[in-house]
Ligand binder design. Structure first.
Ligand code: ADP
Ligand code: MG
Ligand code: MG
Length: 868
């Protein structure tokens, strides 16, 4: 295998092999942009290293050859004493994992080459020693595993309140000695001075960083597969820390927050690499670069335009200016907020860069769901205490906490928290995940907090410089002397950047108002409208709702549902009606039972009338009663306790006896669904009669009667026969079909289809039974272990397991359709609202998906994306 690619050999389509960073560095190189030369070690080499514990054969040789070619091209060799070539060794996986893995800069410096570097820079000793101390610091932390604070504290001690740029050559040289001392103390060895050895160790450290705890956590959060590995990029160093005519920055081709076109970025003079993101010093807005170095600025803007036109999308970039010469160090199609995603997709259509089809595929159901989150009520009384940058939108309310650990702790106790930090770093990841929102006092829109929060779709306000954050004391001070301590509730608005004391009430988002029927007025809602209309035109899948009440049904319809795919009837047995169910269960004679059923029937009928009316002629799939009967009876423990007292009535004794009789070891696999209908005479017929009579009263009603938990066609036939009789009696037509949720039903679908006009896949039960998992029990007990072990990447209850459960669905679809070509097919499990699962439903040829009313727009969009 070939393990190393020069930048001139790769391109942006090779992300699997070269990682995103490497593939895009190659792409920029081949576009003729000023990228320092370098090469990429493939993810395949990393995977080999991680699984076999050693580098693959031939890698060392290939790296040596590429390094020699690089040295020849640069006219200097790695770490050459009088004129050194220095390189960076950079991680870069297929999917961007901001700051989660490692990068080491200035590889090749040692006690000799540091002088050569100073000479190269026209005798700039300060710069050379600054670069050297950075190498030892980064190398010490990431390659040698020394606690970074040890270096930070030593640096702080020398700075004594000054900026790092205020240190002179002598101080930096002494710092190098101190740092070397730390390395020796911590590892028992001297800092490695052989440049090739430095490089080799750094490469392995980058490989290893794939499995750093924070990288693992990030992957799990972002659902990135655990076995991809990272590529390693070796890049000739360019220097932003030579002086004030140098610097480093990051930029976006559009605002990743709003999608607005313009100039967005941060720049830091006399600085290297990570200083910008880390918030070491405060950055300046990119516009100011025009004043500092107009030529580089103009060139940068031209390059950004080239990149946008080339990638036809928002790009983010890293660049460095070395003594007036601009260098491009990274680009990628940038992460953006949900609102920006919708705006940018439509802007690009208007610019003629992409088609509407393409635009629909550029936005996701998850992003749409984010736009449907509530926002703060503009009319409410608020106590605004400060304003920061609107880094990632949303309205978050919670108790202020000042450490990642505390955020995790409190959120595990069920509290909503806002993580407040001066700036975040990759170690804060767990806290950021646990928090409702993130607030920082330093760093711009490209800071770690902002980038990671946007990626997670989490509310974030960053760079609120008016705040004095004291994480040690656990409090911050806002202008006017307002002090917020740990546990005090604050509200942060990631859309405006505003920070409020106390809890601010929330209201529907503009996008929800639009789905509710409001005219699109602002440009975001217009973009949503445009892309949704196009998705609706494109999709083949119908979208229905799971709704049990007229209110839910009506909302679902406003949101675009084309029918109800699952109307559960069990709630119709709760509340005051529980009494009647108790009577039904306790009945000892046919008369008693019939009396209970007769009392329930008109109540059910009026429920159905409400739903048929709300759906106004659209189909309504009604599932006959499904759960075990004892779910409607009092709790066995309570009854037993009461039974032992004097208060217990005769009925209580009877109830307890009934509950004991109905008690099951595995209720999920017990007397429920169609089994109930076959065992309790009159129960299903009562429900069918109520449906038929309701349908008769609502003109245009289209009932579909759905029998749950069928495993054998005989069960269905028997219910069907009775139901058909009743429908005929009342004089109403309805489809009769079944859920496919028992594996046996899927496997005998051709028989079942003989008795069913439709199938609806009940993928919750189907998943439980296919895996043999009880959903209520396993998610809390061992799923996280299974996720760690990579047995599945996502819970099969969240995203339909294509290989197993999906296979059952596929069989049932094929067999069912061949037995009955006009068989109507849908899904009503939780998966009906999950983007990946919706794509599966499209692929397998279902007619519709059904999901909760609030997910309807998401399902419409994803169904459109699946078809494009
Ligand atoms: P990350 O993936 O965390 O952004 P990078 O590999 O991009 O890590 O590197 C960290 C920082 O170092 C970035 O700001 C990058 O631009 C800078 N950098 C990387 N390689 C070089 C180089 N060869 N010369 C100058 N700066 C570099
Ligand atoms: Mg980077
Ligand atoms: Mg079920």
């Amino acid at each position: 295998a070939k393990y190393v690619y020069d930048f001139t050999e790769g391109n942006r389509h090779l992300k699997d092999l070269l990682g995103g960073k490497g593939a895009n560095l190659a792409e920029m190189t081949n576009l003729g942009l000023p990228v320092p030369p370098g090469f990429t070690i493939t993810t395949e080499a990393c995977r080999h290293y991680l699984t076999e514990g050693s580098e693959p054969d031939g890698l060392e040789q290939e790296v040596a050859e590429h390094l020699e070619a690089l040295e020849a091209r640069m006219g200097r060799s790695l770490g050459q004493a009088d004129d050194p070539l220095l390189v960076s060794v950079r991680s870069g996986a297929k999917f961007s994992m901001p700051g989660m893995m490692e990068t080491v800069l200035n590889i090749g410096l040692n006690d000799e080459s540091v002088h050569g570097l100073a000479k190269q820079a026209g005798g700039n000793e300060r710069f050379a020693w600054d670069s050297y101390r950075r190498l030892i610091q980064m190398f010490g932390k990431t390659v040698l595993g020394i606690d970074g604070d040890r270096f930070e504290h030593a640096l702080d001690a020398v700075k004594g309140g000054r900026q790092d740029t205020d240190l002179d050559a002598g101080e930096l040289q002494r710092l190098v000695d101190t740092f070397k001392g730390i390395v020796c103390e911590e590892t028992g060895k001297d800092f490695p001075t052989d440049p090739r050895e430095q490089m080799r160790l750094a490469v392995m450290a980058v490989f290893d960083s794939w499995n750093a705890p924070r990288a693992i956590l990030y992957r799990r959060q972002e659902r990135i597969p655990a076995d991809l590995g990272t590529a390693v990029n070796i890049v000739a160093m360019v220097f932003g820390n030579v002086g004030s005519d140098s610097g480093t920055g990051v930029a976006f081709t559009r605002d990743p927050g709003s999608g607005q076109q313009g100039i967005y970025g941060d720049y830091l003079q006399n600085a290297q690499g990570e200083d910008v993101v880390a918030g070491i010093r405060n950055t300046i807005p990119l516009e100011e670069l025009e004043r500092i170095d107009k030529r580089s600025y103009d060139e940068l803007l031209a390059i950004m335009e080239t990149l946008e036109n080339h990638y036809k999308d928002l790009c983010d970039i890293e660049f460095t200016i070395e003594r007036g010469k601009l260098w491009m160090l990274q680009t990628r199609v940038g992460k953006r907020t949900a609102a920006a995603a919708f705006r940018i997709a439509t802007q690009l259509v208007d610019q003629g860069l992409i088609t509407l089809d393409e635009a629909v595929t550029r936005v996701t159901g998850d992003q749409l769901a984010q736009l449907m989150f509530p926002r703060f009520d503009g009319g409410a009384d608020k106590h605004k205490i400060a304003k920061g940058m609107n880094a990632s939108p949303g309205a978050a309310v919670g108790k202020a906490v000042f450490s990642s650990a505390r955020a995790v702790e409190l959120s595990e106790q069920g509290e909503d928290v806002i993580l407040v930090r001066r700036e975040t770093n990759p170690d804060d990841l767990a806290g950021m995940i646990a928090a409702r929102g993130i607030l920082t006092s330093r760093g711009g829109k490209t800071s770690h907090a902002a980038v990671v929060a946007r990626g997670m779709g989490k509310t974030c306000v960053c760079g609120a410089e008016e705040l004095e954050v004291d994480t040690r004391q656990g409090r911050f001070t806002a202008p006017g002397g307002v002090v917020v301590s740990e546990g005090d509730v604050i509200s942060i608005d990631g859309t405006s950047g505003e920070i409020y004391l106390g809890e601010v009430p929330v209201v529907d988002s503009a996008v929800v108002e639009y789905f509710e029927g409001a005219q699109p007025d602002d440009d975001l809602v217009k973009a949503v409208d445009r892309l949704m209309s196009h998705a609706d035109q494109a999709r083949r899948l119908g979208v229905r709702a799971n709704a049990d009440t007229p209110e839910d049904a009506a909302r679902a319809r406003r949101f675009g549902a084309q029918g109800i795919g699952l109307c559960r009837t069990e709630h119709m047995f709760l509340g005051e009606r529980r009494q009647l169910v108790e009577d039904l269960v306790l009945a000892t004679t046919d008369e008693e039972r019939q009396a209970a059923l007769d009392a329930l029937e008109p109540l059910q009928k009026s429920d159905f009338i409400g739903i048929f009316q709300a759906m106004d002629g659209d189909p309504v799939t009604i599932r006959l009663i499904d759960p075990p009967l004892h779910e409607f009876l009092p709790d066995i423990v309570e009854l037993s306790v009461k039974d032992a007292t004097d208060e217990a009535t005769k009925k209580d004794h009877k109830l307890l006896a009934a509950v004991k009789r109905l008690h099951e070891q595995n209720p999920m696999l017990g007397l429920r669904g169609v089994r109930l209908g076959l065992v309790i005479p009159g129960l299903f017929t009562m429900q069918v009669r109520a449906i038929a009579q309701a349908a008769k009263e609502v003109p245009g009603a289209r009932p579909e009667i759905m029998i749950p938990l069928v495993a054998a066609v005989q069960e269905l036939e028997s219910v069907r026969e009775e139901a058909t009789k009743i429908l005929a009696e009342v004089g109403v037509e309805a489809l009769i079909g079944t859920m496919i949720e028992v594996p046996r039903a899927a496997l005998t679908a051709s028989q079942i289809a003989e008795a069913a006009e439709f199938f609806s896949f009940g993928t919750n039960d189907l998943t439980q039974m296919a895996w043999g998992f009880s959903r209520d029990d396993v998610e809390a007990s061992f799923f996280s272990r299974y996720l760690d072990l990579g047995i599945f990447g996502v819970s099969p209850f969240e995203t339909l397991d294509r290989e197993g459960v999906g296979r059952l669905v596929e069989i049932a679809v094929q067999e069912g359709r061949s037995a009955r070509p006009d068989l109507h097919l849908g899904i009503c499990g939780e998966h009906g609202g999950d983007p990946d699962s919706i794509h599966f439903c499209h692929d397998v040829g279902l007619d519709y998906v059904s999901c909760s009313p609030f997910r309807i727009p998401v399902a419409r969009l994803e169904a459109g994306r699946a078809a494009l």
